[in-house]
Design a protein around this ligand. Structure first.
Ligand SMILES: CC(C)(COP(=O)(O)OP(=O)(O)OC[C@H]1O[C@@H](n2cnc3c(N)ncnc32)[C@H](O)[C@@H]1OP(=O)(O)O)[C@@H](O)C(=O)NCCC(=O)NCCS
Length: 177
């Protein structure tokens, strides 16, 4: 059983609730820019948001998967998670925060909280992070947490058939971040 909640200076990572559907719709799920370098499709109305929230609540059960809440405003501003891909090896399952909330150090707080949880509580030996070659913010985020490049893979975006390159990075326990 994974932790229900992780906390950082400005944020709480906790399980999704139907009460946060408006925040999630406005802050992230309707935002083309937030989805651009990821695998999900933005939604267009609150009914779709309710449906996505129900799926999110189900998805997050028994996973290292959370919504991200800003402590100051109490709003849900994004989502984040990790998954165990091999014994004691964890990979990020996507970190995203709404466009209004980027550039404030939140991404780094989230990634560090997840890294610490995996290494300190779950006994991880390695953490893998991947992002598209053109996703500068994500690339800088992993760099600032001490990850090192390992390899790249050609991929096809199923949403539009376009090619992209996914870069992979790794972090071991004794890297500094
Ligand atoms: C990627 C993402 C989570 C980063 O979150 P963030 O809160 O903006 O990042 P931070 O403010 O913590 O910045 C982390 C580092 O990246 C740098 N950075 C962030 N955005 C940047 C940008 N657009 N250009 C250049 N550097 C950037 C910061 O300067 C900081 O570097 P530092 O620690 O050396 O000072 C956020 O941009 C996002 O949600 N994007 C949309 C979804 C997405 O693409 N997620 C990643 C999928 S792999």
């Amino acid at each position: 059983m994974y932790k229900e909640q992780l906390e950082t200076k400005d944020l709480v990572l906790k399980k999704a609730s139907i009460n946060n559907v408006n925040d999630m719709y406005i802050n992230i799920w309707s935002q083309e820019e937030s989805a651009k370098h990821m695998l999900w499709t933005p939604i267009k109305n609150i009914e779709e948001a309710k449906d996505r929230m129900k799926k999110t609540i189900e998805f997050q059960k028994d996973k290292i998967a959370y919504l991200v809440y800003e402590k100051n405003s109490g709003q849900a501003i994004g989502f984040a998670g990790m998954m165990e891909i091999e014994d004691k090896v964890y990979e990020d399952s996507g970190i995203a925060i709404g466009t209004q909330f980027v550039g404030r150090g939140y991404g780094k707080q989230i990634l560090i909280a997840l890294i610490d949880y995996c290494f300190e509580d779950l006994g991880a030996v390695k953490i893998v992070y991947s992002c598209r070659s053109e996703n500068i913010a994500s690339m800088r985020l992993q760099q600032s947490c001490g990850f090192h490049y390992t390899h790249s893979k050609p991929m096809v975006d199923k949403r539009n058939g376009l090619n992209y390159v996914l870069n992979f990075y790794e972090l071991y326990r004794n890297n500094n971040y």
